[in-house]
Design a protein around this ligand. Structure first.
Ligand code: AMP
Ligand code: ZN
Length: 116
């Protein structure tokens, strides 16, 4: 049996989330603990623990779709012209806590560089 996964449960409709986008391959929903005025997660419906897992499985199209959905949602955001940030935390030292690949789309405030 596969490991339980909170994002698979959201995709399956077993755990509630504020969905912003859904298609055959990708879902997007509001982060439960936002770190910016707008904090959206973009996830593949297929479970890959990390970016490296999806890349090494040859998921070029899927990775492109994730970025495309993130860009489309970002462009629709009222503050998009002032900037936004897309982040993938890959592995423990990068702060990954949920091992189902996801993009963070953050907007609505200034983001420092370099990140912490
Ligand atoms: P990361 O630390 O990059 O793995 O990001 C995981 C993100 O998932 C965090 O920002 C969490 O706040 C978020 N998260 C965890 N559980 C849920 C949930 N049930 N619904 C929405 N977001 C969640
Ligand atoms: Zn999953």
């Amino acid at each position: 049996m596969s490991e339980p996964c909170i994002f698979c449960d959201i995709i399956a409709g077993k755990t509630p989330a504020r969905l912003l986008h859904e298609d055959e391959h990708v879902a997007a929903f509001a982060d439960i603990r936002p770190v910016a005025p707008s904090h959206i997660l973009i996830v593949p419906k297929k479970h890959y623990p990390t970016l490296l897992d999806a890349a090494s499985a040859g998921e070029r199209d899927l990775l492109g779709r994730l970025l495309e959905v993130a860009a489309r949602i970002a462009a629709e955001h009222p503050g998009a012209d002032r900037g936004f940030r897309i982040t993938i935390n890959n592995g423990a030292s990068a702060g990954q806590t949920v091992y189902h690949l996801h993009l963070h789309l953050l907007s609505g405030r200034h983001f420092a560089w370099p990140p912490g």
